[in-house]
Design a protein around this ligand. Structure first.
Ligand code: BDR
Ligand code: CA
Length: 310
């Protein structure tokens, strides 16, 4: 035990996933024990390669990375090259990774790490929830050594992949449904809060002044801003995934409300919608703390500080 919060991040990098990894590694209060990868923004081989490259870049080849699911539980993989480019991390050139992925599967690495941790571990999934659902099916006995799940996904309001659904939940709604039904403490950082973490030109300029890693993050965001502008019509790409990590570093930045969240797996127009019972009309017991507000200034200060430390 070192006084830090042990976490495992499950990622599909993805520009904002990359920044989430950097934020976790630059935070003195977090102990990232492992990274697991999942197919999402781009296919699994690329998300794994990207996670390895980011950790190599910031000198954290000591953190094991294991590849997980290459496809959603029941669906054909839907990817987001339109947002993140063909590599998943288009933009600046990043050197090749200096280390290889662990030979274990993501679920085995999750199990080994959680089992051997003297303290309960927080899971931070910021991609489709496939790995987490498979892991919870395989090892329900390890739930007791999971402190909580802090996920990026979903929305109380509108979606970003369809009018109703956010990308991570849209890609694997069945997995998301299982995770929300897991009875573990869940914090959902959905679009309602992550859209408050938009990195406009001023933020990118500030990031550029924070040394080499800040400069690379700024370049990521320039690329991300270009595709966001083309597709969504605005030039301040949201740092979705870092919001989940930052809310563990400083819980006060995220305002949440308890509510029951169900995931639509059937709807023709609403696949992957997170149906959030904000007004308690179903009388169902809340299964998540859902983000409703974000202290944007504090979020960016935490991010700048972490990048300075890398
Ligand atoms: C989520 O989708 C992905 O493109 C991002 O990495 C983020 O996890 C936002 O909807
Ligand atoms: Ca992601």
């Amino acid at each position: 035990m070192n006084g830090k919060t042990p976490i495992i991040i499950d990622v599909d990098p993805g520009h904002d996933d990359a920044v989430a990894i950097m934020l976790a590694c630059g935070s003195p209060s977090l102990d990232p024990l492992a990274i697991t990868t999942v197919a999402g923004n781009v296919p699994l081989e690329k998300t794994t390669k990207n996670a390895l490259k980011i950790l190599s870049l910031i000198g954290r080849a000591d953190i094991p990375v294991a590849a997980g699911a290459s496809a959603p539980l029941e669906r054909v993989l839907h990817t987001a090259e339109d947002i993140h480019g063909e590599s998943g991390l288009d933009g600046p050139e990043i050197p090749d990774a200096t280390f290889a992925a662990d030979e274990r599967s993501a679920t085995k690495l999750l199990a080994d790490t959680i089992e051997s941790s003297p303290e309960p571990v927080a899971l931070v999934p910021v991609g489709p929830l496939t790995n987490i659902a498979i892991f919870l099916r395989e090892r329900p006995d390890l739930k007791e050594n999971i402190s909580r799940i802090v996920l990026m996904g979903g929305s109380i309001g509108l979606g970003n992949t369809t009018p109703a659904a956010e990308f991570n939940i849209y890609v694997d709604p069945e997995a998301a449904s299982e995770v929300f039904a897991s009875k573990l403490p869940i914090t959902m950082c959905g679009l309602d809060v992550t859209h408050k973490a938009g990195a406009g030109p001023d933020r990118r300029e500030k990031l550029r002044s924070i040394g080499e890693i800040g400069g690379i993050v700024a370049e990521f965001l320039e690329y991300f801003a270009g595709t966001y502008k083309e597709i969504h019509g605005f030039d301040a790409p949201p740092l979705h995934d870092p919001v989940a990590v930052a809310s563990i570093i400083e819980p006060s930045i995220l305002k949440t409300r308890p509510m029951h969240v169900a995931v639509e797996c059937e709807g023709e127009l609403t696949r992957g919608e997170t149906v959030c019972d904000l007004r308690r009309v179903t009388k169902k017991k809340p299964n998540a703390e859902v983000g409703v507000g974000l202290d944007r200034e504090c979020f960016f200060e935490i991010l700048y500080g972490a990048l300075e430390r890398l």
